[in-house]
Write a protein that binds this ligand. Structure first.
Ligand SMILES: Nc1ncnc2c1ncn2[C@@H]1O[C@H](COP(=O)(O)OP(=O)(O)O)[C@@H](O)[C@H]1O
Ligand SMILES: [Mg+2]
Length: 385
């Protein structure tokens, strides 16, 4: 998806991929095969490039620092990216910056669980400090015994974890912004993200019914963090909206993010284009929404891959829902795997994100389209034949 944007901007991308059939490698004429943990492979990918950027945050910090020392323009720079790689570094920095965050604690031994639980007087969440995604590495403990057991298991495997209070939340939000080295910042409207089993399944842009002052606070927070941390490119600030209407920062991502996929069809400038503009230090693009509401539904691989080919599923979807915008990633279907997404852009003019019926109808259509693509089943029992 970044490549699509690069083509339009007259740029070329070289891709570092572990295998030739990886999604980004499939569409790039210039592929370096190798692991993102291999410094030599990273050097080969970066050789002669104007900038080196990312679509995930798992490249070791030490390698990136090395590349910077060798003159590579790493964007976002490693001292910013660390806050998207290491949840403990991120928590401590956000605390120092006075950003609103859940109470948390580092962990040296299992007994720290009891100390923390007593301090917060409520349920505990255990998180691996590095390497987690899509809810992997996050344990919402049922009780103290479960929390101790989870921490003991991680520590026995040599995996570092932290503890957080389990936030009583109304919903999850995301503040997506971009920042260029020049210092320009741009914010898209704050969205609602819907998670199932720790995986994002749906995004509603903008977040329905979000009070204007909370939306403004979240946007300002995103821009401030991008600036303070020296981010270059897109920054997603994952937020919790608490039951009493406050916002807390969950985590940070410094790359195009699932919560910004709606921008491909629903905003004047997509997050992929904006990421490149920021990385290349171009002026940033207009982030205005093109419709009152856009809903993105993730296509998550079904438990049982359908008999019907993806091609045929796409064909039927197009026949039934001509306004559905399909984005497939060229990945094999596996249960729960993100293999694509669908955007439904609300008709302009008549709707509003405060109109719950309008929002519900768009959400239903996005869900129907995404579910059809993964399961070859219409959620409303419709039969095209
Ligand atoms: N402190 C918390 N309280 C309640 N739920 C949480 C907390 N931290 C994480 N979660 C839930 O787990 C999901 C994944 O956690 P996150 O830290 O974002 O990990 P990942 O790196 O897998 O995205 C969140 O989107 C949220 O639904
Ligand atoms: Mg997350």
């Amino acid at each position: 998806m970044t490549h699509q944007a690069a083509i339009a901007l007259g740029q070329t991308l070289r891709v570092l991929a572990a295998a030739a059939d990886e999604p980004a490698a499939q569409v790039s004429p210039d592929v370096v095969l190798g692991a993102h943990t291999d410094l030599e492979a990273l050097r080969r990918a970066a050789a002669g490039a104007d900038a080196l950027t990312f679509d995930h945050e798992h490249v070791p910090t030490a390698h990136l620092e090395r590349l910077v020392a060798e003159g590579v323009n790493v964007a976002p720079p490693p001292q910013a990216l660390i806050h998207a790689q290491d949840k403990l570094v991120m928590r401590r920095r956000l605390e120092a910056l006075g950003a609103p965050i859940p109470r948390f604690s580092a962990v040296a031994s299992v007994d720290d669980v009891d100390v923390f639980a007593a301090r917060i007087g409520g349920p505990v969440v255990i998180k691996t400090i590095r390497g987690g995604y899509d809810g992997r590495g996050v344990v919402l403990a049922r009780d103290l015994a479960h929390a101790r057991e989870a921490v003991a298991g991680y520590l026995a495997d040599g995996v570092e974890v932290l503890l957080e209070e389990r936030v009583a939340m109304r919903r999850e939000l995301s503040a997506l912004v971009a920042r260029s080295p020049f210092g320009q910042g741009a914010a898209w409207p704050v969205v609602q993200t819907v998670q199932r089993d720790g995986i994002c399944v749906e995004v509603i842009a903008p977040a329905p019914g979000l009070p204007g002052e909370v939306a403004a606070e979240a946007e300002a927070l995103g821009l401030r963090l991008a600036d303070e941390l020296g981010v270059v490119g897109v920054l997603a600030v994952e937020l919790f909206e608490t039951t009493d209407g406050a916002i807390l920062v969950n985590e940070l991502a410094m790359r195009p993010h699932n919560s910004g996929h709606w921008t491909m069809d629903g905003a004047r400038t997509s997050q992929f284009e904006q990421h490149l503009r920021a990385v290349l230090d171009y002026p940033l693009g207009d982030t205005a929404a093109l419709a009152p509401v856009t809903v993105m539904g993730n296509v998550l691989g079904a438990a049982q891959t359908p008999q019907m080919s993806m091609d045929e599923r796409v064909h039927h979807l197009m026949g039934r829902m001509p306004d559905a915008k399909v984005h497939l990633y060229g990945k094999g279907e596996r249960p729960g795997r993100k293999i694509g997404h669908v955007n439904i852009v609300g008709g302009g003019g008549q709707g509003s994100s405060d109109d719950s019926e309008y929002v519900a109808a768009l959400r239903e259509r996005a869900q129907r389209a995404a579910h059809w693509l993964s399961h070859a089943e219409w959620t409303d029992g419709w039969d095209g034949h």
